[in-house]
Every structure is written in structure tokens, then in C-alpha cells.
Design a protein. Structure first.
Length: 253
């Protein structure tokens, strides 16, 4: 039987690339997303659900549907996230902090909470959580996002310990700066906050890696497929950066 893979925020960006890569590998794919327009543009081969991962009732309903339709789950890609505000910590509104935590950290928690019993029951499977290099380094002007992405690393390592005895692995993927619309928004907001141009901020991020470039969504997707496969059967509890090797997370130009 082919693997059954759920990908949150799977209708665009990194999640969409994951869905395409798992599909190409022969897996059955279920994408959950809040963006109905993006969902409507997904492959007809995929199951699709509109879900806000910060809403426990919605997440619980999704997993009941997966149980009914698929009879279980083999891989959870807890990928949903938002960029959060770009501001000095004293200028961050509590409401914006809470939204960032609700989606990035609580969303990963809720999906893991409802996936765990399924995975433990079959004594096999994998949980993959999308963090960020912001979860490995401090990032000025991104306190809510960095805090949430540090948080999911702690969640992932704990899940590896709890699920390992049941044959289930958990790993955390940390993308660096990824080409695409979301990063463009970050670049523009950071440029405004720092009094720089968008291109200056872009070059700063690129210069902060030893390979001197941004990564692409497919690079993250390829890592996800590998970590979910039998080739990584004893890889668990790891935090793996796919970032071109960050050597300076906040280079000064």
C-alpha cells in the first residue's frame, strides 16, 4: 500500500512542493490549507480540505475524515506557518504575537496531537515539522516568528522520544531563505524596518550562507520525501537545515 501523507499549508509554497514530490514518489496525498482558491488549483489526485490548523475543532474533524477515508496515516508534514510581524520587540502587538504562535507552534502541536494515536496504533510512520533557520538563530525584528520556530524544534525532539518506542520517527526541517512570494513579503517588510532596499536585504540573506544563494521549495520537498522514506528509517529527533549553510543569520551590509 502506498504511503498516506497529510501536508498542512499544502496548497502553495513549500507545502505545494512537498505535495508534488510525495505524489511523484507514489504516495497518496492529502493537502490541508486555509486558502480555498489555492486548494481549488491543486491536483485532482489529491484529497483537499480547508482547515485552519489553529482551530482544534477543525483539526480534530480533519483527522476523523482521514480515519474514515484512509483508515489511518503514515506521514504528517506539519508545515503550516505565517511570517508574523516584522518589528522591534517593543513594537510587536500581543495580538500579532498570538496569531504567529497559534499557527506556527500550536498548529504543529494540534496536528501532532491527533496524528500520534494513528501512527502509534500502526507502529510505523513519520512526523515532519517545518521550522526555520530562525529556529536555530536569533533574528532581529522577527521575535514572534523566531520564538515559534524554536518552539517547534522542542516539540519535534519531544515527539521523537515519545513516539520512537512505537516505531514512529519525528524530524524537524529548517528551511533557510526560500525563493517565493512569502519571502518577498519578508524582504519588503525588513527593508522598510531597516531603512534598506529590498535588493540589499536579499543580498544580505544570500551572503549569510556559505553557498551564497537562496534555496527553492523543491529542496525542502526533497528532504521531506527522504526523511519519510525507509532510507531514513533510523533518522529521528534530528533538526536538519536546508539553507545553503547559514554562516551569519544577520549579515550587516
Amino acid at each position: 500500500m502506498s504511503s498516506r501523507v497529510l501536508i498542512t499549508a499544502g496548497a502553495s509554497g513549500i507545502g505545494r512542493a512537498m505535495a508534488e514530490a510525495f505524489d511523484a514518489s507514489g504516495a497518496r496525498v492529502w493537502v490541508a490549507d486555509v486558502d480555498e482558491a489555492a486548494l481549488s488549483g491543486c491536483s485532482d489526485n489529491w484529497q483537499r480540505s480547508r482547515v485552519d490548523v489553529s482551530d482544534e475543532d477543525a483539526v480534530a474533524s480533519l483527522f476523523r475524515e482521514i480515519e474514515t477515508e484512509w483508515g489511518g496515516l503514515d506521514v504528517l508534514c506539519a508545515n503550516a506557518g505565517v511570517a508574523g510581524p516584522t518589528a522591534l520587540v517593543e513594537d510587536v502587538r500581543l495580538a500579532d504575537w498570538r496569531v504567529c504562535m497559534a499557527v506556527n507552534l500550536e498548529g504543529a502541536f494540534l496536528c501532532s496531537k491527533y496524528a500520534a494515536p494513528m501512527l502509534k496504533r500502526q507502529r510505523n510512520g513519520a512526523v515532519l515539522i517545518t521550522s526555520s533557520t530562525a529556529g536555530q538563530y536569533g533574528y532581529p525584528n522577527r521575535a514572534p516568528y523566531a520564538a515559534a520556530k524554536w518552539g517547534v524544534i522542542g516539540l519535534g525532539k519531544t515527539l521523537a522520544m515519545e513516539l520512537g518506542p512505537h516505531g514512529v520517527r519525528c524530524n524537524v526541517i529548517c528551511p533557510g531563505a526560500v525563493e517565493g512570494p512569502r519571502m518577498e513579503g519578508v524582504l519588503e517588510r525588513e527593508a522598510a524596518a531597516k531603512g534598506m532596499t529590498r535588493d540589499q536585504v536579499y543580498q544580505g540573506y544570500a551572503a549569510g550562507t556559505s553557498m551564497g544563494r537562496f534555496v527553492e521549495a523543491r529542496d525542502i520537498a526533497n528532504m521531506a520525501v527522504f526523511l519519510a522514506s525507509d532510507a531514513a528509517r533510523l533518522v529521528s529527533g534530528q533538526v536538519i537545515a536546508v539553507d545553503g549553510h547559514t554562516v551569519n543569520p544577520d549579515p550587516k551590509l
